[in-house]
Each structure stands twice: as structure tokens, then as C-alpha cells.
Design a protein around this ligand. Structure first.
Ligand code: NAD
Ligand code: TYD
Length: 344
């Protein structure tokens, strides 16, 4: 692994991963390949471009554009692809699934085919716990469980996973897959729950909690996820899939209470609103397989939530312009006419 192509590297997790990897490996070169959708922001990589000018490059492009992908692979002597590029937000996939199918399914296929034709490059797919669908209490999803996605986002990511596995079985492409739980941390676009709640609270606006707020998630710190991907790239078994999360869970309301406490804002900002269509009540991962590789999270849920809250408090330069741009229209579309629930 000497020259990585990080697709979607201008997004939330991708930009954290690029920063982490360049700091850790002094001989590593990284090219970020990103379409720069509403969620891809060059300011997420501003410090990276300044600090690692000799080992970092940026190429704009769509992962579904086969000619451009092949050109960039050759121009930068890429030996490893890590695919973070995706449409990622469940609520947007409910409004309009089209881009999800195009990027998360077809785009994944284009990358796999390019990797195969370039001489079987090492390929890692960033996937999600949402491909397992809603999980009943008591069970933790194992990597061998059947996939049962329930939103257009989750279904398109599951389609990507199946394609990646098929390229291993059929063509012997050296792949691995990681399925991450909910990431939180710096540079997360404020459409996702925690940064939306944090930035609303900092603006003294109500926090829209879907339904009763008793849905359960594993909120892991983004750098724990990045470390896991690094470990899987170096020590993962080719052809295998690894769950990545803390392996613990909490309700959305518990998450919000910790967040408001760290921000010094009152619980009276909480508003229960009409639920998301097809909302998965619970995700929970079994992470024994990853831990057997020697991985452990550095952050508990509470530490991750508090660290993230502090970052949003300290970095309005990053999120204020975002909230005043495309986000405004999106917010109005999703929340503008949403019913407030008196008794959830
Ligand atoms: P994000 O929405 O912040 O960033 C996605 C990035 O992909 C953006 O930079 C965007 O410009 C780029 N992109 C989108 N379509 C593209 C295309 N067609 N071609 C090239 N680039 C394109 O997403 P994120 O939260 O950083 O998620 C990254 C990956 O991790 C995704 O694959 C997602 O499914 C997965 N994941 C996310 C979470 C989470 O909690 N955020 C959890 C588990 C897995
Ligand atoms: P989100 O960050 O969209 O991730 P997921 O992909 O797990 O749905 O949402 C996390 C949880 O927070 C999920 O149960 C939905 C809930 N949620 C709200 O209650 N209100 C909101 O405005 C948003 C965006 C999410």
C-alpha cells in the first residue's frame, strides 16, 4: 500500500481518514477522487492540502464515470482503492432515491471493474450497519447474517456489498468490506442527526426528534472507524467483511441529553415530530471479528458525543456557511411542514 485512491475523500469520514493516514504513514501518497456533491467540501481538506502538499492530490470526478476513473488510476499510479464515495443520507434517499442507485450501486460497479482492469488492485468498500436492516432486541448483527435493507439508501449500499463480494468470488479481486455503525465527529454535514441537533441547539432552535426517540444506535467516534479501516487494509483477510462499531447502543433521546448537557442548552429544545418513513428502530453490531484483529475503540459513546459537541461549538466557521447554503432548502423540504407530536 503506497498510493491510495480515496473516493469520497472530501466528505465527512473520508476527509478524517485521509488526515489520519497521511499523519500516520510518512511514505504514503493519497489521491482524493470526489464529485463534490452538496456533501463534498474542499474546506474539509484545506489543512491536508497545506500540510501534505507533496503526498496529497485532489482529482474531481464521478465514480460512475469509467473513463475518468481509469485515467486517474493510471495518472497517479494507484495500488489501492478505498471507496467512501456514496450518497449517504436516509432522509434524502426517501425524497429521491435516483442518485443513490447511480452512485452506490452503479458507481461501485465502475470502480470494481476499473480495479480489475488495472491489474486487480487492492479494493476496500466502506459499507454500513444499515444493510442488516432493523435488528430485534437481544440480537447483534454478525458479518454472516443475511442482508435485509429497508430504506433506498440501505438497499443501494447492500447492492454495492453484493457486487464487491461477486468480484472477489468471480474474478479474484482482492477485496475487503467494512460495515460501520453511526459515525460522529468533526466535518459531518449537518443533515445527520447529531450535527443537526448540535447546530440547531447552538442557534437555540428546536431539535426535531423523529417519533418517540427510543430508536437505538451505536454512535461511534469517526477516528475509531478510520483506525479500523486502516487495520483491515493491512491485516484483514482478503474476501472478508468486518463490522465496525463500539458494540454498545443507546437511544436517540439519551444521545440528545448528553449533547445538550455538553452544549449547556436546555432539554426544552426537544420537539418530537412525525416519524421517518420505514424508520429502523435498532441497529446493533457484533464486533468480535474486528476485535480479534487487535482493534478497540478509543472513545465511549459519551466521550464521542461530548468531543463532537465541542468541535461544533468551536468551529462555526465550518458549519454556518453550510447551513446558509443548499441546506436551507433541504431543511425546509424535510422539516418545514412536519407535524409536531404532542404525545409521542
Ligand atoms: P458524506 O455524505 O459526508 O460524503 C460522501 C462523499 O462522497 C462526498 O464528498 C461526496 O461529494 C462524494 N460523492 C458522492 N457521490 C459521488 C460520486 N458519484 N462520485 C464521487 N464522489 C461522490 O458521507 P460519509 O458520512 O462520510 O460516508 C462515507 C461512507 O461511509 C459512505 O460510503 C457511507 O455509506 C459510509 N458510512 C457512513 C456512516 C455514517 O455514519 N456517516 C456509517 C457507516 C458507513
Ligand atoms: P441519522 O444521522 O440520519 O442516521 P441513520 O442512518 O442511523 O438514520 O439518524 C440517526 C438517528 O436519529 C435515527 O434513528 C433517525 C434519528 N433522527 C431524528 O430523530 N431526527 C432527525 O432530524 C434526524 C436527521 C435523525
Amino acid at each position: 500500500m503506497q498510493h491510495l485512491l480515496v473516493t469520497g475523500g472530501a466528505g465527512f469520514i473520508g476527509s478524517n481518514f485521509v488526515r489520519w493516514m497521511l499523519a500516520k504513514y510518512p511514505d504514503l501518497h493519497i489521491t482524493v477522487y470526489d464529485k463534490l456533491t452538496y456533501a463534498g467540501l474542499l474546506q474539509n481538506l484545506q489543512d491536508v492540502a497545506e500540510n501534505y502538499a507533496d503526498r496529497y492530490a485532489f482529482a474531481q470526478g464521478d465514480i460512475a464515470d469509467a473513463a475518468r476513473v481509469s485515467e486517474v488510476l493510471a495518472a497517479h499510479n494507484i495500488d489501492t482503492i478505498v471507496n467512501f464515495a456514496a450518497e449517504t443520507h436516509v432522509d434524502r434517499s426517501i425524497l429521491d432515491p435516483d442518485a443513490f442507485i447511480q452512485t452506490d450501486v452503479y458507481g461501485t460497479y465502475v470502480l470494481l471493474e476499473a480495479a480489475r482492469q488495472a491489474g486487480k488492485l487492492r479494493y476496500h468498500q466502506i459499507s454500513t450497519d444499515e444493510v442488516y436492516g432493523h435488528i430485534e432486541g437481544g440480537h447483534r448483527s454478525k458479518e454472516t447474517d443475511n442482508l435485509a435493507p429497508r430504506s433506498p439508501y440501505a438497499a443501494s449500499k447492500a447492492g454495492g456489498d453484493h457486487l464487491v463480494n461477486s468480484y472477489f468470488i468471480t474474478y479474484g479481486l482482492p477485496i475487503t468490506i467494512s460495515r460501520g455503525a453511526n459515525n460522529i465527529g468533526p466535518y459531518q454535514y449537518p443533515e445527520k442527526a447529531l450535527p443537526l441537533f448540535a447546530t440547531n441547539a447552538l442557534n437555540d432552535q428546536p431539535l426535531p426528534i423523529y417519533g418517540d426517540g427510543q430508536q437505538r444506535r451505536d454512535y461511534q467516534f469517526v477516528l475509531d472507524h478510520c483506525q479500523a479501516v486502516d487495520l483491515i487494509l493491512r491485516q484483514g483477510v482478503i474476501g472478508d467483511t468486518y463490522n465496525v462499531g463500539t458494540g454498545t447502543e443507546m437511544t436517540n433521546l439519551q444521545m440528545v441529553e448528553i449533547l445538550l448537557d455538553e452544549l449547556g442548552k436546555p432539554s426544552s429544545l426537544i420537539r418530537h415530530v412525525e416519524d421517518r418513513l420505514g424508520h429502523d428502530r435498532r441497529y446493533c453490531l457484533d464486533v468480535q471479528k474486528l476485535m480479534a484483529l487487535g482493534w478497540e475503540p478509543d472513545y465511549t459513546h459519551e466521550e464521542a458525543i461530548r468531543a463532537t459537541a465541542r468541535w461544533y461549538m468551536e468551529n462555526p466557521w465550518w458549519w454556518e456557511p453550510i447551513r446558509n447554503g443548499e441546506f436551507k432548502e433541504y431543511y425546509q423540504q424535510v422539516y418545514g411542514n412536519r407535524k409536531v407530536l404532542e404525545r409521542p
